[in-house]
Design a protein around this ligand. Structure first.
Ligand code: MG
Length: 361
């Protein structure tokens, strides 16, 4: 099924709320779309994103180098196309800009695959189960007061949600502990509490904070160290009983292999945009299964709900709604579980007028 049209464009979506962590804030969602039209008239739409910078570079990579190679290609040969595009950009892979560009193409190809099959993504990608547990991050940002964190966690528990994530990385360890202790005391032992340092700590400080967090019964300690410090994560993982979670800042299957092989991560947070699309995402997920490791992907709940539903080792989807301004309908949540969309394709119903209104390139 030949591709006859390939377009890319950049859309700025305002953040739905203020989101801060130990190293950055979410400025706007630069969303890079790819539309691929095949000779049978189907249109597949894929996308990737940044949280504020680099979107124009991804767009330039697509327009100048990747999209021209797709015209006339068979859209069904996703593995071939992914590897052809990867090989055509050897001098800039592995890298964030190229992986994001590949993801925008790859997700469009999967949209086409699902549309052709008349099936939803969660079934085409594996079909393990339709409902997946959801945890909330929106109530846990670093700028929020202790009272606000407690209020958010209590609301999540009242809604039947299984977990909440809190940002850590305040200047002093006591400040982090005070905030976490207040939440744990308020919600009791029923709710899972995850923490995320966003790569902000030194090895010594991460070890100290992990020890201080031990009595709080945390579900995981996310990105304690810079993402390229695999050996640092391996040492930390051996020094604490808290599971170490990484993956949102990794951009290839091989980087995940290194983390898993060295027992440096016990939860994998592979992000479908940053890793280069659904094709490599599934490889990471299956690799993690072979290591008996859960997958709890980063952000992009609108896509990840279907991918976590597809695999046997999916544990959680992260609740950060960010596409409501440009989609019709929203993620279905019942009793703290997200339900994978059942319509053919990726299951994201784009509001094309709202997308066009926010187009910047
Ligand atoms: Mg994180």
């Amino acid at each position: 099924m030949r591709i006859i049209e390939a377009d890319a464009y950049l859309v700025d979506i305002a953040v739905e709320t203020v989101r801060t962590d130990a190293v950055q804030s979410f400025v706007k969602q630069e969303t890079v779309f790819v539309d691929l039209v095949t000779e049978d008239g189907n249109r597949g739409t894929g996308y990737a994103y940044t949280i504020g910078t680099g979107g124009g570079s991804v767009l330039a990579m697509l327009r100048a180098h990747l999209l021209p190679r797709l015209i006339g290609a068979d859209s069904r040969q996703i593995e071939h196309l992914w590897h052809d595009l990867f090989a055509s950009t050897r001098s800039t892979t592995v890298g964030a800009i190229t992986s994001l560009a590949l993801a925008a193409v790859d997700t469009a190809l999967w949209d086409l695959r699902c549309l052709r099959a008349g099936e939803p993504l969660w079934l085409v990608a594996g079909g393990f189960r339709r409902e997946v547990p959801l945890y909330d991050t929106e109530g846990g940002w670093l700028h929020l007061s202790t009272e606000e964190l407690v209020r958010g966690a209590l609301a999540a528990r009242a809604a039947g949600w299984p977990g909440v994530k809190l940002k850590v990385g305040k200047p002093r360890v006591e400040q982090d502990v005070e905030r976490l202790r207040a939440v744990r005391d308020a919600v009791g032992s029923e709710l899972e509490v995850m923490v995320d340092a966003n790569q902000s700590l030194t090895a010594a400080e991460a070890r100290r904070r992990a020890a201080a967090f031990e009595p709080l019964g945390l579900a995981w300690f996310e990105e304690p160290l810079p993402a390229d410090d695999v050996s640092g994560h391996a040492v930390l993982a051996r020094s604490t009983s808290i599971p170490i979670a990484v993956g949102e800042s990794l951009y290839s299957v091989g980087q995940f292999r290194d983390y898993l092989h060295r027992e440096a991560a016990s939860i994998v947070q592979v992000d479908v945009a940053r890793v280069g699309g659904i094709t490599p995402w599934l490889k990471v997920a299956h690799l993690a299964e072979a290591f008996n490791v859960h997958v709890c992907p980063h952000f992009l709940m609108e896509l990840h709900v279907s991918l976590v539903a597809a695999i046997p080792n999916g544990r959680y989807v992260e609740h950060i709604p960010q596409l409501r301004a440009v989609t019709r309908g929203q993620l279905r949540v019942e009793d703290g579980r997200a339900i994978a969309p059942d319509e053919p394709g990726l299951g994201i119903s784009w509001d094309r007028d709202a997308v066009d209104d926010r187009r910047v390139a």
